[in-house]
Design a protein. Structure first.
Length: 255
């Protein structure tokens, strides 16, 4: 485990679409993102579902504890470049600053109003559990590619595609935390690999135009990277207020 003040960033690699396009996981995620958009269509046609807290952030006390991945600077800047263009065209969007872009591995303690930061004893238990898991399962680095966008009824998402490593990591973490008797409060058992890039601060004035822009950006490649660790964080709904509690690095895969 690294110290919380020296968060290692995943290494950036040249994108290799062929690595993902032929995989079963790629097709599962493609179907997943398509389903998100299809289910969102009725709400989007009427402007989507805005986040009321964005109009009055001072009233938002929701906090959560989660294990997250933070893409490397190159990938986050590529996403931000697209967000800058969309935010200038669609003023209803709250677009995430580059330092707030992240991918949730697991919700450890679900987001809710007034949730307090875990005590040092609780953090120590989580750290011990994950380090034990890391040591005995030999968690390995894995690949994620970020390509294209989709819309939910309330947010703009970057489509992420892992090589199966993210699902294996989640499976191991769920088992380890449950066996250790530690809180695991997932809002739902996620299988997604997306990054939330923007939310709706108010009703969309021209949802058809935003949908058309998202479809135009379907082949935008934001980059691929190797995930070599993750972060335990205490943060708010948008990751704009956060405190890193611990950082974990995976052992190198044995050849």
């Amino acid at each position: 485990m690294s110290s919380a003040g020296n968060t290692p960033r995943p290494s950036i690699e040249r994108s290799d679409p062929s690595r993902f396009l032929a995989s079963e996981r790629f097709h599962q995620l493609t179907a997943h993102y398509t389903a998100i958009l299809q289910m969102a269509q009725p709400a989007l046609q009427s402007g989507g579902i805005p986040d009321a807290f964005l109009a009055h952030p001072e009233t938002d006390t929701r906090m959560a504890v989660a294990l997250v991945l933070r893409p490397p600077e190159t990938v986050r800047q590529a996403i931000r470049q697209t967000l800058d263009a969309l935010a200038a065209e669609f003023l209803e969007l709250y677009d995430y600053p580059v330092d707030d872009l992240h991918l949730t591995v697991l919700d450890v303690q679900r987001g809710r109003p007034g949730l307090e930061k875990p005590s040092p004893e609780q953090i120590h238990k989580y750290v011990n559990c994950i380090e034990f898991l890391n040591h005995f399962t030999r968690l390995s680095p894995f690949q994620i590619q970020c390509k294209g966008l989709t819309l939910s009824d309330s947010a703009l998402l970057v489509n992420g595609y892992d090589d199966g490593g993210l699902e294996r990591l989640r499976m191991f973490l769920r088992q380890a935390l449950q066996l250790a008797g530690l809180p695991l409060e997932e809002r739902y058992k996620t299988t997604s690999c997306h990054i939330t890039a923007a939310r709706f601060r108010e009703k969309l004035h021209d949802p058809a135009a935003l949908l058309a822009r998202v479809q135009q950006l379907a082949d935008t490649d934001f980059g691929a990277f190797e995930v070599t660790g993750m972060e335990l964080t205490y943060h708010n709904w948008y990751d704009s207020k956060k405190e890193c509690l611990a950082v974990f690095s995976f052992p190198l895969k044995e050849m």
